[in-house]
Design a binder for this molecule. Structure first.
Ligand code: TXA
Ligand code: MG
Length: 325
């Protein structure tokens, strides 16, 4: 399959390009598009054959459900049964990096939900994503646009690297702003369950809900199948470094790279330093890809503080380090 890569202005998306993308989606094809978190691999969420194509292109296990992306608040009522609490969150925090797991209506095909009776919904905060979904008129099922297990792509080069030849089109609107995936909250639990920390901070969510979010235990973890799989990993080993702690054996050398806020003493082949936790999150996945492409044999990654996006950043770093070991 030939993959078409088309540049699109993030602030003023060209309707001709959008129509072309929608024509592909209507016939069941796959289009990668930018969101504020990471690039997504989109298909018509209501077309089971199209959704099967997403799993095939990514090499993703078919029991790991997909997020449905919406452009309007009303679409949530057509696809699921939100309760009052969920409606409050949607009204206050959408569009944004927040995914809500809700009881699904039967219009959502089983394959999109990975066989569960719930559906995960989110309204992305990106003009290209919004215009694409609005032009299509149907929700887009979209996992991150990487091969299963690899770091999520934060620009079109990352999508191209993983999926060139496997998908129909990439809409290239430049780098994303958040850099890690959305926060996933299971609203069918009481109190709601934080299934995946991400771009929307826990503090903000708890402020709106007025209760503390529950943490998944081993039983509830089964409800978000994605959290079971190895994830977010570059091909080279990743070591976590906590400030003040010694470096792992062999980690500080010209053959290794560093990513974080303040590097430890020692020599590194390349260092990517960020001046805030937000910028660290924005640069993590592309940093993994860049350091691995530079031929470094390992990456030392600084453990960030846990506030704001730091909680999601910690989660991605922990998974990348586990996968490498
Ligand atoms: O920021 C994001 O969320 C990006 C962009 C493209 O929107 N998408 C993304 O999708 O990260 P994906 O497929 O890589 O991750 C979706 C996560 C998985 O952990 C999956 O298991 C979980 O959401 N999920 C989806 N539907 C679910 C459901 N019905 N119940 C529980 N978890 C669900
Ligand atoms: Mg993913």
């Amino acid at each position: 399959m030939k993959t078409l890569r088309v540049a699109i202005d993030p602030w003023n998306p060209d309707p001709v390009v959008l129509e072309k993308a929608v024509a592909i989606l209507r016939r069941g094809g796959l289009v990668a598009f930018p969101t504020e978190t990471v690039y997504g691999l989109g298909a018509d969420a209501l077309n089971p054959e199209a959704v099967r194509g997403v799993y095939r292109a990514k090499g993703r296990p078919s029991d790991n459900p997909l997020i449905l992306h919406l452009s309007r608040r009303e679409m949530a009522e057509e696809l699921a049964f939100p309760d009052a609490r969920s409606r409050r969150l949607m009204d206050a925090l959408w569009p944004g990096p927040l995914t809500l797991v809700l009881p699904a209506r039967s219009v959502v095909p089983g394959v999109t939900r990975g066989g569960l009776d719930t559906a995960a919904l989110r309204m992305p905060d990106h003009p290209v994503a919004a215009a694409l979904i609005e032009t299509a008129g149907f929700p887009l099922a979209a996992p991150s646009a990487n091969v299963s297990g690899r770091p999520s792509p934060t620009d079109a080069d990352g999508v191209w690297e993983d999926l060139e030849g496997r998908i129909d089109m990439i809409l290239d609107a430049g780098p994303v702003s958040v850099g890690i995936e959305s926060t996933v909250v299971d609203m069918t639990a009481d109190p709601p369950l934080l299934l995946r920390p991400g771009g929307m901070s826990r503090e903000v969510l708890e402020g709106f809900l007025g209760v503390a979010l529950a943490q998944p235990d081993n039983v509830s973890r089964r409800r978000s199948p994605g959290t079971r799989y190895r994830h977010y990993a570059p091909f080279v080993p990743v070591w976590i470094w906590r400030e003040g702690a010694p470096l792992p054996d062999g980690a500080a050398s010209e053959k290794c790279g560093f990513m974080g806020l303040v590097p430890p003493p020692g020599v590194f082949g390349r260092s990517l330093r960020f001046d805030s936790v937000e910028n660290y999150a924005r640069g993590l996945f592309s940093g993994f890809r860049a350091l691995e492409a530079a031929g470094l044999q390992g990456i030392v990654v600084q453990w960030p503080p846990s506030g704001g996006v730091g909680l999601g950043l910690r989660d991605r770093i922990r998974r990348a380090a586990q996968a490498g070991s």
